[in-house]
Design a protein around this ligand. Sequence first.
Ligand code: P6P
Length: 337
Amino acid sequence: HAAEAHRTDLMTITRHVLNEQTKHPESRGDFSILLSHIVLGCKFVCSAVNKAGLAKLIGLAGETNGEEQKKLDVLSNEVFIKALVSSGRTCILVSEEDEEATFVVPSLRGRYCVVFDPLDGSSNIDCGVSIGTIFGIYMVKEHGEPSLDDVLQPGKNMLAAGYCMYGSSCTFVLSTGSGVNGFTLDPSLGEFILTHPDIKIPKKGKIYSVNEGNAKNWDAPTAKYVEKCKFPQDGSSSKSLRYIGSMVADVHRTLLYGGVFLYPADKKSPNGKLRVLYEVFPMSFLMEQAGGQAFTGKERALDLVPKNIHERSPIFLGSYDDVEEIKALYAAEEKKA
Ligand code: P6P
């Protein structure tokens, strides 16, 4: 009967969020409405990505912010901006695709600020590697006109964060501050169904995930840690290297299987490559909510206060014990300095 009940008791993402909202009686359902618009955007991108190869949607759409843009990037960004503005629940939007933040017109303004990368890892579209949408949600600070201050908040102030991975299936992973849950799109229903309740990352893992091609530019603690993964001195077996080069895919594997994902600083890019607001913060938020942790090389990632909306930061995230080892190596280096 349990299996039967389970099959007929469809826990959709909408129902799940409504259940969560009961913990916040003060909310007027605004968050659920906002989330339903993010989910709508993800459903659109999922279908567009799946058709990309056929519809020849891909192709270069010119250069901006230093990276080649594929049409799907631009399309996805427009869909999310329009969905979020029309939700009537947002007031500032920051997108990886837009140099400037979007300030919503007063008539459609709400209390939430959304930071997002509409299609992270898009350089992988052509070869069929999983890519994804990453987002974080802040509450606007109580004051008059919305300003960039409302989005230049430390990641620990986020109310919610998540990603949607477009791969063999479409998986939506979300935390609203009380744990992490995973939902899988059932295309026949057009609904995300709860498939990974209360995800917890293993305390220690056997996988490390980093672009070894940057090894010549790493600082000493990172170099030492990776060396330790490959040639453990304590007789333990070496770790496996898994690196997909698409953050959502690498982080999703880390969340489910354990281990650690690193995008360190290096001599060429002293702040690493990944963006604070819509890559580092949401993934760090999820890792902490799943019992893991996230470190920048200097501090807890969620304590960082960004100074500009496209700021980058080094990031070490994943299983609690693995990140502890990295923190110890940086602390030892600090002592020498
Ligand atoms: P690298 C993809 O372009 C991305 O922004 C992330 O999704 C990914 O983790 C990272 O860059 C990969 O960077 O330098 O290893 O190719």
